[in-house]
Design a protein around this ligand. Structure first.
Ligand SMILES: NC(=O)c1ccc[n+]([C@@H]2O[C@H](COP(=O)([O-])OP(=O)(O)OC[C@H]3O[C@@H](n4cnc5c(N)ncnc54)[C@H](O)[C@@H]3O)[C@@H](O)[C@H]2O)c1
Length: 247
């Protein structure tokens, strides 16, 4: 798949699937703006892509802050001239990221807020900030990262689960808003992905976790012209976990 001439913004691009997507898109010819709350890591990630011959910029963005999100959209337009692809990767389970493994009813409010704000509001903010440019171009695609947890629920990450369910509704609504203007939106909901060794412990019907590249391949397909008739859908990529009957 070629993405020559396309411009992509990626959130949570300093590590994991966000970083890999940025690298793969750049390899396929896209100009990429990597954003992440971790300033040093996102700059290093962009520099790595440039070193390999790709066109990449890094920008520190906390997805919870609309002014920073807007600055990223403005920067993509100013430096690269358009916005074709938005990949919303920034996220994670609040109990893990905030290292607060308490029952839901004992979680401090700042942990609840982290779960909802990074995983849902950040994606809403970014979609809002880029959609005007996409409508003007009469093309564009937004990919939002859900999770099996948004479909199954989770006692250990209640806010993450609520946010990831919300991502599915957000995606459907954006698909409805965007369709008359040639703008698509899709949700990708992975099961366990080996961006961390611990994910190998989560069961799937196929008896393993996904390699990050397997999820990124699906995302690149959904961003490509081959997927021009796909919008509003949520893709489970979970080794059959949500077929039911798993512990
Ligand atoms: N890894 C899995 O097993 C798995 C499964 C299902 C869904 N997902 C989802 O896929 C996405 C990527 O997962 P991953 O494992 O590749 O992620 P990761 O943990 O490797 O990377 C997440 C990135 O988000 C960044 N981030 C955190 N807070 C931020 C903020 N406020 N603003 C901007 N950036 C912020 C982090 O710095 C980090 O670079 C997440 O949304 C995650 O919920 C992952």
């Amino acid at each position: 798949m070629s993405f020559t001439g396309r411009v992509a913004i990626i959130t949570g691009a300093a590590s994991g699937m966000g970083l890999l997507s940025a690298q793969e898109l750049a390899k396929a010819g896209a100009k990429v703006l990597l954003t992440d709350v971790d300033a040093e890591a996102v700059e290093a990630a962009a520099a790595g892509i440039r070193k390999d011959g790709g066109e990449a910029l890094g920008l520190q963005v906390d997805v919870r802050k609309y002014d920073e999100v807007k600055r990223a959209a403005d920067m993509a337009l100013q430096k690269f001239g358009r916005i074709d692809i938005l990949l919303n990767f920034a996220g994670g389970a609040e109990t893990r990221v905030c290292n607060c493994h308490k029952p839901f009813h004992e979680l401090p409010v700042d942990v609840i807020d982290w779960g909802l704000d990074v995983n849902l509001k950040g994606a809403v903010y970014f979609c809002h900030a880029v959609m005007g440019a996409m409508i003007k171009q009469k093309s564009g695609v937004m990919i939002n990262l859900g999770s099996v947890t948004g479909v199954e629920g989770s006692a250990g990450a209640v806010n993450y689960s609520a946010a990831k369910s919300g991502i599915i509704g957000l995606t459907k609504s954006l698909a409805l808003c965007g369709a008359p203007h040639g703008v698509r939106a899709c949700c990708v909901s992975p099961g366990p992905v080996l961006t961390r060794p611990g994910m190998a412990n989560m069961k799937t019907r196929l008896g393993r976790a996904a390699e990050p590249k397997e999820v990124v391949d699906l995302i690149l397909y959904l961003c490509s012209d081959k997927a021009a008739f796909i919008t509003g859908s949520n893709y489970m990529i979970d080794g059959g976990r949500t077929c039911g009957g798993m512990d």
